[in-house]
Unconditional design. Structure first.
Length: 73
Protein backbone atom coordinates (compact mmCIF):
# COMPACT_ATOMS: atom_id res chain seq x y z
CA UNK A 1 0.00 0.00 0.00
CA UNK A 2 2.84 2.41 0.78
CA UNK A 3 4.31 1.74 -2.63
CA UNK A 4 1.02 2.63 -4.30
CA UNK A 5 0.91 5.96 -2.46
CA UNK A 6 4.52 6.71 -3.35
CA UNK A 7 3.88 5.87 -6.99
CA UNK A 8 0.78 8.10 -7.07
CA UNK A 9 2.75 10.98 -5.55
CA UNK A 10 5.50 10.63 -8.13
CA UNK A 11 3.10 10.51 -11.07
CA UNK A 12 1.87 14.00 -10.26
CA UNK A 13 -1.31 15.59 -9.09
CA UNK A 14 -4.50 14.02 -10.35
CA UNK A 15 -7.18 15.94 -8.49
CA UNK A 16 -7.82 19.59 -9.36
CA UNK A 17 -7.42 21.80 -6.31
CA UNK A 18 -8.35 25.00 -8.10
CA UNK A 19 -11.58 26.50 -9.35
CA UNK A 20 -10.92 26.94 -13.06
CA UNK A 21 -13.47 29.71 -13.60
CA UNK A 22 -11.99 31.78 -10.76
CA UNK A 23 -8.43 31.38 -12.05
CA UNK A 24 -9.47 32.19 -15.61
CA UNK A 25 -11.38 35.23 -14.33
CA UNK A 26 -8.33 36.53 -12.47
CA UNK A 27 -6.19 36.15 -15.58
CA UNK A 28 -8.84 37.83 -17.71
CA UNK A 29 -9.06 40.71 -15.21
CA UNK A 30 -5.32 41.21 -15.75
CA UNK A 31 -6.11 41.54 -19.47
CA UNK A 32 -4.27 38.34 -20.40
CA UNK A 33 -5.22 35.10 -22.12
CA UNK A 34 -5.17 31.67 -20.49
CA UNK A 35 -3.60 28.69 -22.27
CA UNK A 36 -5.20 25.26 -22.00
CA UNK A 37 -2.31 23.78 -20.04
CA UNK A 38 -1.82 26.72 -17.67
CA UNK A 39 -4.33 25.42 -15.13
CA UNK A 40 -2.56 22.05 -14.96
CA UNK A 41 0.76 23.79 -14.37
CA UNK A 42 -0.69 25.98 -11.64
CA UNK A 43 -2.38 22.98 -10.02
CA UNK A 44 0.94 21.09 -9.94
CA UNK A 45 2.56 24.12 -8.30
CA UNK A 46 -0.17 24.27 -5.64
CA UNK A 47 0.36 20.55 -4.90
CA UNK A 48 4.08 21.25 -4.48
CA UNK A 49 3.35 24.15 -2.10
CA UNK A 50 1.11 21.89 0.00
CA UNK A 51 3.81 19.21 0.12
CA UNK A 52 6.41 21.73 1.25
CA UNK A 53 4.10 23.19 3.91
CA UNK A 54 3.23 19.79 5.37
CA UNK A 55 6.89 18.83 5.40
CA UNK A 56 7.78 22.02 7.26
CA UNK A 57 4.98 21.52 9.80
CA UNK A 58 6.12 17.95 10.50
CA UNK A 59 9.75 19.05 10.83
CA UNK A 60 8.59 21.51 13.49
CA UNK A 61 6.75 18.77 15.41
CA UNK A 62 3.25 19.84 14.31
CA UNK A 63 0.43 18.18 12.43
CA UNK A 64 -1.25 21.51 11.76
CA UNK A 65 -0.20 23.45 8.69
CA UNK A 66 -0.10 27.18 9.36
CA UNK A 67 0.09 30.15 7.00
CA UNK A 68 3.82 30.62 7.65
CA UNK A 69 4.50 27.04 6.52
CA UNK A 70 3.85 28.15 2.94
CA UNK A 71 7.13 29.56 1.76
CA UNK A 72 6.41 32.84 0.05
CA UNK A 73 9.31 34.51 -1.69
Amino acid sequence: MAKAKAKAAKSGPTEMLLIASKVRGAVKDADCNFAGDALDGLNAYVYWLVQQATKRAKENGRKTVRAHDFLIM
